[in-house]
Design a protein around this ligand. Structure first.
Ligand code: MSP
Length: 650
């Protein structure tokens, strides 16, 4: 780390009475993408995370295990860090509120605020929610219950010390309005401004009935209120109270990422503490949305997988990272459903991205001796894909820029997948297998180069989102060190992948999820599975012979899928609307191999004159042809060049 002011980003520090879950992980994954992206942009990044240990529930959890609270927190810290490592969260420092340096910082800040005359003794009597670790006013409860947890708060009465929060309402409001402290997204800013306009009450910042915490410097038989203690982590971790030079270099933070439930602590109490102590405010507080698990019977559907977090063990951290990031804007709430997870995994990851890599490497191995070939002059169709690649970085960068008002991970990924799909279509159109057959070496080499270079762009831009997959993809492409040395120039120049680079034999990035028999660790090569049988294998084929006239009576046509959707209560059947010169509705048994989204726009071969039949309440008129070993490994019968919808097949 150099002497310059770094891009300093933080997440909330987690209570350790429970292990991380998919919601807390969502925050860390989102912040990690930003940290990794900023590193690529060339900024010197400092990414802080940590644990919040002085909570009443933490003490209770330690007691329930018959452990000393400190020993319990030490054990939990190791477990938390192991989980964050497993999810490839690239934090630079991990603060704990029982760290001696944190205690020093809390003591120093408390003294400073006390010197300013903002701390005074009093009696607190009122309602307290242990889960929020927050005091509630009667009018802020919902039907007498905590609005976050639905539990009844406890009545407590204590001799306390108070912090003069009310003095700061006006200054905080103008800091937010002047954008000296940006609150994002807008919905959170409005929420905070509303609270500020309603006026603030002073808050109790000590506890006398409780001994697990940092002693009050002015009255050591009291401990500091857990939020007053925890918020200070953002400065204690970078030197406040123990290394002034270090602190001056890091503070103020560039951005605090916190959940929407605790944005008010970060946009009201925290800035008031900083203002009182004469310290600068953080540049931005981003209050992200929540991930909900709606009606999921995870354990039943997933065999031995009980929680979404365990998906990372079974399907790899990137499957979980991708899914959470792909589902919604960071600022809005999202839902976790197993069905969506499976669709995204099989569709986006295994089919679209996995197959793109697989087919590209297979073709380089088959047609170019395993080395990236040298391209000749690019034609218009090559240039279109090249353009898609060259604009990737700028587009993704803008979707990730919080100053736009939100951080749209899902749009960034959708943009990346546009190029993934564009590349798959490019291969279909160029049909390198035909170029090989016809001996058009220059075109073949160009098509393979363009696809491989496009994969280099994709691998590079995916590093912040799915680091392990992206690094593996680049390594298979013959670039084992590329992920470590990415910079903006990696995205502004076409042609970085050197012709002659030896590629690896393809390994599946994402083995498909098979719902019927959870063969999660299968590593078989899907291309191999879809390979047609050899003539020897089919010689014993018992199918009856058909006169030419019978075959000619089939009305075979080229079709383009306009729309696809699942038929409820079946995994196999999809309802398709196919343009065969006219829109046709038909039911196809290809739902275990394709997601509806992956089918949109695909060209298929349709038998158009089958007698209409009602299937699951849908009138189906026609049949889409597909081939494969079983229902999970089907390939669509398609054409080496696009045909107009409705064109007759002879
Ligand atoms: N210890 C406090 C934060 C102190 S920061 C100075 C705390 N801890 S927590 O463990 O309850 O939550 C940690 C973070 O996870 C918070 O930002 C919280 O909003 C976030 N989330 C908890 N559940 C969540 C979801 N279901 N979805 C998304 N984020 C969630 O609060």
């Amino acid at each position: 780390m150099t002497g310059e002011h770094p891009y300093f980003l933080t997440t909330a520090i987690d209570y350790v009475n429970n292990l991380p879950h998919v919601g807390t992980a969502y925050e860390k994954i989102g912040a990690d993408v930003i940290a990794r992206f900023k590193r690529i942009e060339g900024l010197s990044v400092f990414f802080l995370m940590g644990n919040d240990e002085h909570s009443i529930n933490v003490k209770r959890a330690s007691q329930a295990r018959g452990m000393d609270p400190q020993a319990y927190c030490d054990e939990m810290a190791a477990r938390f860090r192991a989980i964050w490592d497993k999810l490839d969260i690239s934090f630079d420092a991990f603060v704990r509120t029982t760290d001696p340096t944190h205690r020093d910082a809390v003591t120093a800040l408390f003294r400073k605020i006390h010197e300013r005359g903002d701390i005074y003794p009093g009696t607190y009597s009122g309602l307290y929610c242990d889960s929020c670790e927050a005091y509630y006013r009667e009018k802020d409860l919902t039907g007498g219950r905590c609005p976050q947890h639905g539990t009844e708060p406890r009545w407590i009465q204590e001799e306390n010390y108070f912090f003069a929060l009310s003095r700061y309402a006006h200054r905080i409001e103008s800091a937010i309005r002047d954008r000296r402290m940006r609150v994002l997204p807008e919905i959170r800013e409005n929420e905070i401004l509303n609270i500020l306009q309603g006026g603030l009450e002073d808050i109790s910042i000590s506890r006398s009935s409780f001994d697990w915490g940092i002693p009050l410097p002015i009255q050591p038989d009291h401990v500091i209120y857990v939020w007053f203690d925890a918020l200070i982590n953002y400065i204690s971790a970078v030197g406040y109270g123990w290394d002034d030079q270090r602190f001056a270099r890091f503070w103020p933070a560039s951005i605090h990422f916190v959940g929407k439930d605790i944005t008010r602590f970060h946009c009201i109490i925290w800035p008031a503490m900083l203002l009182s102590a004469g310290l600068e405010l953080p540049a931005t507080v981003f209050g992200h949305g929540f991930v909900f698990l709606k009606g999921e019977k995870m354990s039943k559907t997933l065999g031995n997988v009980v929680t979404p977090m365990e998906l990372a063990d079974v399907y790899g951290p990137d499957a979980l990272r991708y899914y959470l990031l792909r589902e919604s804007s960071f600022g809005k709430d999202g839902n976790f459903t197993w069905e969506n997870f499976q669709e995204r995994y099989n569709g986006d990851l295994a089919n679209d991205l996995g197959n793109l890599l697989q087919r590209t490497l297979t073709m380089i191995l088959r047609y170019a001796g395993g080395k990236v070939p040298s391209p000749s002059e690019l034609l218009e169709e090559d240039r279109a894909l090249q353009q898609g690649c060259l604009s990737l970085y700028g587009d993704v960068r803008s979707f990730l820029d919080p100053q736009r008002g939100d951080i749209d991970f899902h749009l960034a990924l959708a943009r990346i997948w546009e190029t993934v799909r564009q590349a798959n279509r490019y291969i279909d159109r160029c049909a390198p297998w035909d170029l090989h057959k016809t001996g058009d070496r220059p075109r073949l080499a160009t098509a393979l180069y363009v696809t491989a270079e496009c994969l280099r762009f994709l691998g590079a831009i995916l590093v912040p989102f799915v680091p392990r997959t992206a690094t593996g993809l680049l390594a298979q492409l013959g670039l084992p060190d590329a992920a470590a040395s990415l910079g903006p120039s990696s995205f502004s120049r076409w042609g970085i992948l050197e012709p002659g680079t030896p590629v690896e034999k393809p390994r599946a990035l994402f083995p498909r999820i098979d719902d019927r028999s959870p063969s999660r660790h299968r590593t078989t090569d899907p291309l191999k599975k879809a390979k047609p049988p050899t003539p020897q294998e089919t010689s014993a084929d018992p199918s009856p012979q058909v006169p030419l006239g019978a075959f000619q009576s089939l009305d075979l046509r080229a079709g383009t899928i306009l729309h696809a959707e699942r038929i409820p209560k079946t995994e196999k059947l999809l309802k398709l609307t196919v343009d065969i010169g006219e829109p046709r509705t038909l039911v196809a048994g290809i739902g275990k191999s394709f997601t509806p989204e992956s089918l949109q726009g695909r060209q298929v071969l349709v038998v158009a004159n089958l007698t209409p039949a009602k299937i699951r309440g849908v009138m189906s008129w026609g049949m889409v042809l597909a081939a494969g070993e079983d229902e999970e490994h089907l390939s669509l019968v398609t054409f080496s060049q696009p045909l107009s919808p409705g064109e007759k097949i002879h």
